[in-house]
Design a protein around this ligand. Structure first.
Ligand SMILES: Cc1cc2nc3c(=O)[nH]c(=O)nc-3n(C[C@H](O)[C@H](O)[C@H](O)COP(=O)(O)OP(=O)(O)OC[C@H]3O[C@@H](n4cnc5c(N)ncnc54)[C@H](O)[C@@H]3O)c2cc1C
Length: 202
C-alpha cells in the first residue's frame, strides 16, 4: 500500500488526496494541515466579510467528516517543519511536540503567503493595531474581530483582485474604504475600484 503524505489541506492538498483515492482506493492519504480549516473556500472570504455569507462554516467545500468518509486522514493544527528525503519522512509539529511521518509519495500543497511589501512599520504591526493580511480563515477571524469594533473607514493596500473584492465587501458592510495600489500590484479595472475611488471625484 502506497503511503501518500500531503502537506497542505486546502484546494491543492485536498484535490491531491481525493484524486489519489479515486485512482487507487488502496491509497490512504495523510494530510498534514497547519490550521484547522481544511478545504475552505478562501475565495469566498470577502462574501463572509460583507455579510452575504452569514455563517463561515458555509465556506467549507467539504466537511471534515466528508473528507474522512472519502478515505483521507487529516492531521489538523500540524505544521510540517522538515523533510528528510533520504529516510522519506516528514517532521511535523502538532502543538505538543514533533512527530515523524513516513511516506512513499509526498505532495506539497502549501499555497502562498501574502506579500508584505517594504512599508516602514509593517513588520511590527498586526491585528491589535488594526492591520490585517487576508489569506487564511485565521486571518478572517482576526479581521472580523476588528470589524466588530465598528471602524468607520478602511485603507486597503493592494489593488489586485483580493484588494478590490475586499473593498466591495467593506462597502457592502457600510465601511468607507480607500484603495491604495502597492508598487508591485497590478491595476485591475473594475466597477468596484471605480466605486471606491471615484466618489468625490469630478
Ligand atoms: C480572499 C481571497 C480571494 C480569492 N479569490 C479567488 C477567486 O475568486 N478565484 C480564484 O481562482 N482564486 C482566488 N483566490 C486564490 C485561491 O484561494 C488560491 O489560489 C487557492 O486557495 C490556492 O490553494 P492551495 O491549496 O494551493 O493553497 P492555500 O489555499 O493557500 O492552502 C495552503 C494550505 O497549506 C497549509 N500549510 C501551509 N504551510 C504548511 C505547513 N508547513 N505544514 C502543513 N500545512 C501547511 C495551510 O494550512 C493550507 O491548508 C483567492 C484567495 C484569497 C485569499
Amino acid at each position: 500500500m502506497t503511503r501518500l503524505v500531503v502537506i497542505g489541506g486546502s484546494d491543492a492538498g485536498v484535490s491531491a488526496g481525493l484524486r489519489a483515492r479515486e485512482l487507487d482506493s488502496s491509497v490512504m492519504p495523510v494530510l498534514v494541515v497547519a490550521d484547522e480549516y481544511p478545504n475552505f473556500s478562501i475565495c469566498c472570504i470577502p462574501y463572509y466579510v460583507s455579510g452575504e455569507v452569514p455563517d463561515w462554516r458555509s465556506l467549507a467545500h467539504h466537511t471534515l467528516a466528508d473528507l474522512q468518509d472519502a478515505g483521507l486522514e487529516l492531521q489538523l493544527n500540524s505544521r510540517a517543519t522538515s523533510i528528510d528525503p533520504g529516510r522519506r519522512t516528514v517532521t511535523v509539529y502538532n502543538g505538543h511536540g514533533h512527530v515523524e511521518i513516513g511516506y512513499d509519495q509526498l505532495v506539497i500543497g502549501t499555497g502562498a503567503v501574502p506579500v508584505r511589501p517594504p512599508i516602514d512599520g509593517l513588520d511590527v504591526l498586526g491585528p491589535d493595531d488594526g492591520v490585517f493580511v487576508l489569506h487564511t480563515m485565521g486571518d478572517t477571524f482576526a479581521l472580523m474581530d476588528g470589524m466588530s469594533r465598528d471602524p468607520e473607514s478602511a485603507v486597503i493596500v493592494g489593488a489586485g483582485y483580493i484588494g478590490l473584492e475586499m473593498a466591495e465587501a467593506l462597502r457592502t458592510r457600510g465601511c468607507r474604504c480607500h484603495g491604495r495600489r502597492a508598487p508591485s500590484t497590478s491595476v485591475v479595472h473594475s466597477g468596484c475600484w471605480a466605486r471606491c475611488l471615484g466618489r468625490g471625484r469630478a
